[in-house]
Design a protein around this ligand. Structure first.
Ligand code: PLP
Length: 320
């Protein structure tokens, strides 16, 4: 849609994308071509468009004396160098805001989003914010991009495209949306067929899924979910303290309702062992390599959080 927009306004040379290292945007061909995870791309390389990647601001890669913010600023400077050189051919920058899920729950400072928005404005490039995993309250605000300060000091940055799914229907029915600006929308609103947006799917606008999304939005409002989750997050942080203090646990991190940490374990099959031991205790953990993460449902109660922290600690102890 971004490339089509640039064609519609007579800039067909703007037809490439930039994504972050270790990005994940899905496995359909367009999305896969801006995904940077070899495991998913490997077999389909010949079918994919070639697009550039830039340093991701994952604070685990910061220098020993460098703060998460400083590292994010350094990564944004590298983005700027890339955009400066290639902006004529770039349609959009696509990012997972604040947390790169498939990269191993890589978390980063919101200053990167502020800088990315400003750079996209400066170089006339769309900013696509993929909130499929992090939207709908997962990072502590309805949308992760609300946590970045805009350049004028206002809270929240506005992307040119915002992608949502997963939590949009409470996880009950498959639904996704791509939201865009009126400017972009208007460029497609034309009697000439070639200017129209002709992507559609058999189940586009599925009424049942849309109803589930409306019901989900109602629950967000009625149950004050975002505010209530703050209490839940504080509680899980509190009961996870022994886990955080475990000598083999590294980089314990939390953004909203996402937690992650690495485990120093000698076992190459750590993920499988961990999964099995957790399952034996009635817990569904799906480690990525040696990274364990929690993305609990928003209905999790204190007893369940106690059990989550306690059993995970036991699983870590048994796998190190
Ligand atoms: C950030 C992100 N983008 C895109 C996708 C892909 O969504 P779908 O599987 O619905 O194509 C996912 C799925 O996990 C995701 O986490």
């Amino acid at each position: 849609m971004s490339v089509h927009y640039w064609r519609n306004i007579d800039q067909p040379h703007k037809n490439s994308f930039v994504s972050l290292k270790h990005s994940y945007h899905g496995e359909t061909l367009g999305a896969l071509s801006v995904t940077d995870i070899a495991m998913f791309k490997g077999e389909y390389g010949a079918l994919l468009g070639q697009h550039a990647t830039v340093l991701n601001p994952d604070w685990r890669n910061a220098g020993p004396e460098e703060s998460a913010r400083d590292y994010a600023v350094r990564c944004a400077a590298q983005l700027e160098a890339h955009l400066q050189e290639h902006h004529h051919s770039i349609a959009a920058l696509i990012i997972e805001p604040l947390v790169q899920g498939a990269a191993g729950m890589a978390m980063y400072h919101p200053i990167y989003l502020t800088r990315a928005r400003a750079l996209c404005d400066q170089y006339d490039i769309h900013l696509i914010v993929d909130e499929i995993a992090v939207g709908m309250g997962r990072t502590g605000t309805m949308f992760a991009c609300e946590q970045a300060e805009a350049c004028d000091g206002a809270s929240g940055i506005s992307p040119d495209f915002l992608c949502l799914s997963k939590g949009l229907s409470g996880g009950y029915l498959p639904l996704s949306v791509v939201m865009t600006t009126d400017t972009i929308y208007r460029s497609f609103y034309d009697d000439r067929l070639a200017r129209g947006f002709l992507h559609s799917h058999s189940y586009t606008g599925n009424p049942l899924a849309c109803r589930a999304a409306l019901a989900t939005l109602e629950i967000f409002e009625q149950d004050n979910v975002i505010a209530t989750n703050k209490g839940r997050a504080a509680y899980l942080n509190q009961v996870s303290q022994p886990l955080r203090d475990h000598p083999q646990v590294k980089n314990f991190r939390n953004t909203g309702m996402i937690w992650a940490f690495e485990v120093s374990s000698p076992h190459d099959d750590f993920a499988l062992r961990c999964f099995q031991l957790a399952l034996d205790r009635g817990l569904l953990l799906r480690p990525m390599g040696k990274t364990i993460y929690f993305m609990p449902p928003y209905v999790i109660n204190e007893a369940e959080m106690d059990a989550l922290a306690e059993h995970t600690l036991a699983v870590v102890a048994a796998t190190t």
